[in-house]
Design a protein around this ligand. Structure first.
Ligand code: NAP
Length: 420
């Protein structure tokens, strides 16, 4: 294993893929895990999360050999480019990796490094579990009802990056094609226009929905909801729903049942032993996550809907300082928090590292280290319940103690030692 500017730690071993189709791994007691702190607050939350995950691993008789890699600002300094091949190759080689946020300036022709990473690694499922930890302030009355996992398709939709700038030769060529060749001659207003393309493929849809159903079956969940705007975008979002149902009906036998069949054949009664697949229109779903929170379980949706819905769910369980996530490909996991690089707080040792820590918890679960994952999660919960919190939660908790990022991590580590 040769990298240009990445040093492979001598003390660890790589995880080994046993079966790429089922993402089965052989994880050594000291796996090498690539870590990218990222931009802005990444250098605050990254080391804090590392410290907590180290403590959880050590308390359960293991260790993690971290391997630093670089993208964004740190890569510009080290390599003179934003996303070095070294970094992509390190994740491909070591298969399970951890990253903080990367900055993408709006406009400016600067392509999102996150989108580029997802496309290059083909991490097609962005998974965002939203569950409530005791003691976390919430804008809703019963936040404990929120326990959903959003599977967001990560490589397609309007995020695919197929778009053209107004007044460019390309955009005028596309406009002409759409108007003259495709017959939409009265649809686009005159004057400057930006145009983007929304690809939704059968391949992309089915592998995402398969992953969501597999998760629901493995984790004893009741339902998978396909979320779409198929009433308006029939051939993209509507087709996502139809292909989603096709997977459910054709690939899972009795293990999966559609909502229609449930009503036609079972009078709406949920079977104990099967996952129900249903679908909801995205705008309605944004209401349902608030009004009928406990009725939903696993959501499967396209890129843009998934971005909105998972943030809306995240608001109910404490917001961006809390909400974790991970990107999955075939036998590949890149865990990362939902939040961005919050540049105004960078380097202040101020922000909440919980989202980054809980993203690490997803990674530990994927490694099969369920005991370490549970310990880390419980220790975070114990710390917040005792009202020792960072600024974001402190402003909502009466009588709370405001801690810095690093002090909060120290408290969690102490709780790990007590709980272990
Ligand atoms: P953001 O960085 O997520 O920050 C928005 C606000 O969320 C912050 O001002 C803060 O709110 C709160 N917040 C975020 N992380 C927090 C934490 N760990 N603890 C406590 N509060 C936290 O969103 P943004 O300002 O829209 O985006 C900044 C940059 O990040 C952009 O370049 C964007 O493209 C990028 N981004 C990257 C990723 C990624 O790498 N996956 C994801 C999203 C955005 P208050 O000020 O109200 O306390």
């Amino acid at each position: 294993m040769e990298f240009d500017k990445i040093t492979v730690p001598e003390e660890g071993e790589p995880v080994e893929v046993v079966d790429a189709d089922t993402s089965e791994f052989e994880v050594p007691d000291t796996p090498i895990i690539p870590i990218l702190y990222g931009d802005g607050i990444g250098t605050d939350v990254g080391p804090a999360a590392q410290q907590v995950l180290d403590a959880a691993a050590q308390a359960t008789g293991r260790d993690i050999a971290w391997m630093r890699m670089y993208a964004g600002e740190s890569a510009r300094e080290k390599y003179g480019e934003n996303l070095p091949e070294d970094t992509v190759e390190a994740i491909r080689t070591f298969r399970i990796a951890f990253k903080g946020p990367l900055t993408t300036p709006v406009g400016s022709g600067f392509r999102s490094l996150n989108v580029a990473l997802r496309q290059r690694l083909d991490t097609y499922a962005n998974v965002r579990p939203t569950y409530h930890l005791d003691g976390v302030p919430s804008p809703v009355s019963n936040p404990e009802q929120m326990d959903m996992v959003t599977f967001r398709e990560n490589t397609e939709d309007v995020y695919a990056g197929i778009e053209w700038e107004h007044d460019s030769d390309e955009v005028e060529e596309v406009r002409e094609f759409v108007e003259k060749e495709m017959g939409f001659d009265d649809t686009i207003h005159d004057g400057p226009v930006g145009i983007g393309v929304k690809p939704i493929t059968e391949f992309g849809t089915k592998r995402l929905v398969r992953r969501a159903i597999d998760y629901a079956l493995e984790h004893d969940r009741d339902s998978v909801t396909l979320v779409h705007k198929g009433n308006i975008m029939k051939f993209t979002e509507g087709q996502f729903r139809d292909w989603g149902y096709e997977v459910a009906e054709e690939e899972y036998g009795d293990e999966v049942i559609t909502e229609d069949t449930l009503w036609e054949e079972r009078d709406g009664e949920q079977p104990d032993d099967a996952v129900v697949v249903n679908d909801r229109i995205a705008d309605n779903m944004l209401q349902q996550v608030l009004t009928r929170t406990d009725q939903y379980d696993v959501l499967a949706t396209m890129n843009l809907n998934g971005d909105y819905i998972s943030d809306a769910c995240g608001a109910q369980i404490g917001g961006l300082g809390i909400a974790p996530g991970a990107n999955f490909g075939d036998a590949l996991c890149l865990a990362e928090p939902v939040h961005g690089s919050a540049p105004k707080y960078a380097g202040q040792d101020k922000v909440n590292p919980t989202a980054m820590i809980l993203s690490g918890v997803i990674m530990l679960e994927y490694m099969g280290w369920d005991d370490a994952a549970e310990l880390a999660r419980d220790a975070v919960e114990a710390t917040i319940s005792s009202k020792m919190v960072t600024y974001d939660l402190h402003r909502q908790i009466e009588g709370g103690e405001k801690l810095k990022t690093s002090e909060f991590a120290d408290e969690i580590v102490e709780n790990i030692e007590t709980l272990a």
